[in-house]
Design a protein around this ligand. Structure first.
Ligand SMILES: [Zn+2]
Length: 53
């Protein structure tokens, strides 16, 4: 089963992920770094604070 994940900051639709996924992604719209975990159908989206280079 696949789940759509959206950026918690801007609502941009990021990707489809399947159960058991653990994905690190940067939102192409707002450039937030996000970690997405899917565990037994529960989607956990965590924003990662990054330093500006
Ligand atoms: Zn975003």
């Amino acid at each position: 089963m696949n789940y759509y994940t959206v950026c918690p900051t801007c609502g941009y639709k990021l990707l489809k992920a399947s159960d058991g996924s653990n994905i690190e992604i940067i939102c192409p719209k707002c450039k937030e770094k996000i970690i997405i975990e899917i565990d037994n159908g529960k989607i956990v989206v965590v924003k990662v604070l990054t330093e500006n280079k």
